[in-house]
Design a protein around this ligand. Structure first.
Ligand code: BGC
Length: 244
């Protein structure tokens, strides 16, 4: 079965049809820059354009960088505040004329990894941590997603951890990989202490091999620590997978 996966990010909104049996994209990815301001209506219009581009008539899976509870957006750390309490599935359904399932971006990327990628076959407690503009997280126990976990908002150095250890902070503060890895290590230590996971998988922009080779050798955890491999496409693939 094919599902249109759409990944809403801070700079771009990307979509592609996905074969949810194999987790593979079955067409070229189509990307439109995220509108500014990224209000719900402006973003829904871009989602409509992406569905139209593929002449899509069928199920759509969509990500959003916020907590989603029963089809309602509940937080807005890195997105426009108008999103709070937006019935996102209804909004996207009206815009596209298709059934839409929306979930948190990190939950989607984690799902993609557990079904088709690095996470496949990993039981016990798996934490999938995405590092990009913010820090996102997805929690799995014996492969089952426990949705809506926001580990980017653990307190570290008196503020949300994502303000201390995200990739955006690394760039803004022009931190060397060595200094950033020290910060991220502190974050990992806290996460391990609180949750005692069996595996931590690092995803998001920072999982690109050229970046991973800079910081991975500097990190150490008691649990297994691995880097995801689906990178850029994980959100699209996981969004599609979440509809089935
Ligand atoms: C949001 C999360 C999101 C993460 C990554 C955080 O600021 O609270 O919901 O998963 O950023 O985009």
């Amino acid at each position: 079965m094919n599902v249109l996966g759409i990944d809403i990010g801070g700079t771009g909104i990307k979509g592609a049809p996905v074969n949810v049996k194999t987790g593979e994209l079955i067409g070229e990815r189509f990307r439109i820059p995220t509108p500014n301001p990224a209000t719900p209506d402006a973003v829904a219009d871009v989602v409509r354009q992406i569905a139209e581009h593929f002449k899509w008539k069928g199920p759509i899976g969509c990500t959003i960088p916020a907590r989603v509870e029963h089809g309602l957006v509940r937080t807005a750390a890195n997105i426009h505040e108008d999103w709070i309490d937006t019935p996102v599935d209804d909004l996207m359904q009206k815009a596209t004329g298709c059934p839409v399932t929306t979930l948190n971006d990190a939950d989607a990327a984690g799902l993609a990894s557990m079904r088709y990628g690095t996470g496949k076959g990993r039981d016990g407690l798996v934490l999938f941590i995405t590092v990009g503009t913010g820090i996102g997280s997805a929690m799995f126990y014996d492969q089952v997603l426990i949705p809506g976990i926001e580990l980017g908002h653990l307190r570290l150095k008196g503020a949300a951890a994502e303000l201390y250890a995200s990739d955006r902070t690394r760039k803004q503060k022009e931190l060397s990989w060595k200094r950033w890895a020290k910060r991220f290590q502190k974050y990992l230590d806290r996460v391990e202490f609180l949750f005692a996971p069996d595996t931590i998988i690092i995803g998001g922009g920072i999982s690109r091999p050229s970046k991973a080779e800079q910081y991975l050798p500097r990190l150490s955890t008691k649990c297994e620590l691995i880097v995801a491999e689906l990178e850029n496409e994980a959100g699209i693939i996981g969004a599609a997978a979440a509809t089935t």
